[in-house]
Design a protein around this ligand. Structure first.
Ligand SMILES: [Zn+2]
Length: 188
């Protein structure tokens, strides 16, 4: 979900978080998909050009995945064979392995990937999309109802009635807009 939200328009102005290779690698690090030490090594190992190319592929993949998830949410039992084929091809690109690590929550088994070329970085985001489709309920995967807001979120509220990415930002903005609308109709 965080990956889908790497492009957004807070005030109607689009912001791109993975516009080039460096920022894509930095984002992978901040999202916890890549260790910080690995991120700095990758930059030296693969060079800017190859990383820019995979960032471009990641942006295209993000658009495609967002489209698919929107359709899947509206029709969870649809025929997505072609989409799964495409996703699986990306997932095959890098070899995974498991590692037992100690975290602040105790011992955990985590999945890591051998990244031998820049284009294999796409696996890290493909896994996130695959996990979303495999583990989340489609009805809880939502697009913010805020005007001009493109953010996705998972509705974890009890009644599943959440409409906005953030009540503080988009929720308030919608309230203000509705209030102004009422004021206007009172005046008319
Ligand atoms: Zn929003």
């Amino acid at each position: 979900m965080d990956f889908l939200n790497t492009s957004f328009s807070p005030q109607g102005e689009p912001i791109e978080m993975i516009g080039e290779g460096q920022s894509f690698v930095a984002w992978l690090g901040s999202a916890g998909l890549l260790e910080a030490s690995a991120a700095s090594k990758l930059k030296r190992r693969f060079g800017a050009e190859a990383l820019d190319a995979v960032a471009t592929e990641a942006r295209k993949f993000r658009e495609w995945a967002g489209n698919w998830i929107a359709r899947w949410r509206d029709a969870p039992n649809g025929d997505y064979e072609a989409e799964l084929r495409r996703l699986n091809r990306l997932l095959e690109r890098a070899k995974g392995y498991r590692e037992a690590v100690v975290t602040k929550d105790g011992m955990q088994l985590i999945e890591r990937f051998h990244i031998d070329s820049a284009d294999e970085l796409i696996v890290l985001v493909a896994v996130q999309i695959a996990l979303l489709i495999a583990t989340e309920q489609p009805a809880l995967v939502k697009h913010c109802a805020g005007t001009g807001c493109t953010l996705w979120f998972l509705d974890r509220t009890k009644g599943h009635g959440r409409l906005f990415c953030s009540a503080a930002v988009c929720g308030n903005r919608a309230k203000v807009a509705a209030f102004r609308e009422r004021q206007r109709s009172n005046v008319d």
